[in-house]
Design a protein around this ligand. Structure first.
Ligand SMILES: C[S@@+](CC[C@H](N)C(=O)[O-])C[C@H]1O[C@@H](n2cnc3c(N)ncnc32)[C@H](O)[C@@H]1O
Length: 255
């Protein structure tokens, strides 16, 4: 009997046998590239990443402008999404927490945050699949290029829904797979050029080959929207950024 293909549960870096080993491999991978992560991000995206973070942050200005708002940047890495969110807060700043399970990435976020003199940011080491926050705590959860790396996408979405208050919003910014001629050109860059440049500059073999593989594995927008609804989001939409190279998922938790 032909072996049936098991449904995609989450990220599956090379060598991972189950969810635990996948999560460990993902953490080890980001820890190994943390020193060069920012440089490579900006270089490989030709600085377009900064526009995406800012555009995503602007989308949630209506929440960020509220002084009592509680906001989480999940899988915050070195903190750039959180900084973009901070740039949109009003005069009485909202509270923004950045959470990640890689200590090395968070250390970079802390250093950058001190350098910027950030007032309303706090950083916490935590696993996105088992968050140390009470249900209904946050008004907004944003995750940039994070959910794709979770060992269990649906569990991650359910955790986001759990920690949001009813009616709270989430934003998931991640890569997509553009179509047509632009898509074909982009794929050459993303699958051939980027892994080579990333490997040379980071000095680490693996993570930059994992990146295109993880994007290919990540569910397409229509499937992600369905998964978001199943996780507890009454409304869910996807907005493509830059020809669909990236895009923002928005969800509102059922009130
Ligand atoms: C591609 S980076 C994105 C970092 C940042 N948000 C950005 O936009 O540059 C993905 C981050 O997700 C984190 N991550 C992956 N799985 C996680 C998990 N289960 N819990 C917490 N953080 C996780 C990694 O440590 C890494 O810092």
């Amino acid at each position: 009997m032909p072996e049936s293909k098991s449904p995609v549960v989450g990220a599956e870096p090379e060598g991972a046998r189950d969810r635990e080993s996948a999560a460990r491999a993902v953490r080890a991978m980001f820890t190994s590239i943390a020193p060069r992560y920012d440089l490579l991000n900006h270089l490989l995206s030709l600085n377009v990443d900064r526009l995406w973070w800012r555009r995503a942050a602007r989308t949630f200005r209506h929440i960020l402008s509220r002084a009592d708002a509680r906001i989480l940047d999940l899988c915050c890495g070195t903190g750039d999404m959180a900084f973009a969110l901070e740039s949109q807060v009003g005069k009485s700043p909202a509270q923004i927490v950045g959470a990640d399970f890689s200590h090395a990435m968070l250390e970079r976020a802390r250093i950058k945050s001190r350098r910027k003199g950030s007032q309303c940011l706090a950083w916490i080491e935590a696993d996105a699949l088992k968050l140390p926050f009470a249900g209904g705590h946050f008004d907004l959860v944003v995750s940039a290029f994070g959910v794709r790396n979770l060992a269990d996408y649906d569990r991650g979405l359910r955790e986001i829904a759990r920690i949001l208050r009813p009616g709270g919003e989430c934003g998931i910014l991640d890569f997509g797979e553009p179509r047509g001629a632009i898509g074909a050109l982009y794929r050459i860059y993303f699958k051939q050029v980027l892994p080579r440049v990333g490997t040379v500059i980071s000095g680490v073999r693996g993570p930059y080959a994992y990146l295109p593989a993880s994007v290919e594995r990540f569910p397409p927008p229509d499937e992600m929207l369905m998964r978001m609804k199943n996780a507890g989001f009454a409304e869910a939409t996807w907005t493509p950024y830059t020809f669909g190279i990236a895009g923002l998922y928005r969800g509102r938790k059922t009130a």
